[in-house]
Ligand binder design. Sequence first.
Ligand code: ATP
Ligand code: MG
Length: 174
Amino acid sequence: MLIKQLRLSGFKSFVEPSTLRIEPGLTGVVGPNGCGKSNLLEAIRWVMGENSPKSMRSGGMEDVIFAGTASRPPRDFAEVVLSAEDGDGDELEVVRRIERGAGSAYRVNGKDVRAKDVALTFADAATGAHSPALVSQGKIAQVIAAKPVERRMMLEEAAGIAGLHVRRRDAESK
Ligand code: ATP
Ligand code: MG
């Protein structure tokens, strides 16, 4: 899967709608401390279904919504749109939106879907919110210190078989 574009609105420090085009090859994001570099990586994880506030460096899931500054009021929602090309060359557009008090909603190619469908879409493409391809600050040290079972989970994500666990749990509960 190739991520081609990221659009953020009201997400963390990206209060105004911002578009980041990702061209083939290596993309570098540079800027002073606190300018939002890590927030961009978190936006990719978040639209892929990340639901752990800790990995979003927040207390609760609504904390990803722009909280306001001395001169700007807070926003009521955050939205991230990820445009990608899947392994077959087909366009994929995934939208996640969270509204205060209303939780998250997802859309894939314009259709309302469940969080689980988004997770499966990315898991089958051997990527996703926990993909080892997304290396956040402090991650290298975490891999070194990981327990064997945690390391196995990283390998399963990389191998593209993580989606099988969700489907097995699903099948067993029927
Ligand atoms: P460093 O170089 O130090 O790693 P960085 O470029 O990775 O910095 P980030 O951690 O992505 O920076 O951005 C942090 C900024 O995002 C802080 O200024 C913080 O106040 C802001 N921020 C995070 N969440 C929100 C939010 N919900 N509303 C408004 N601003 C937020
Ligand atoms: Mg950072």
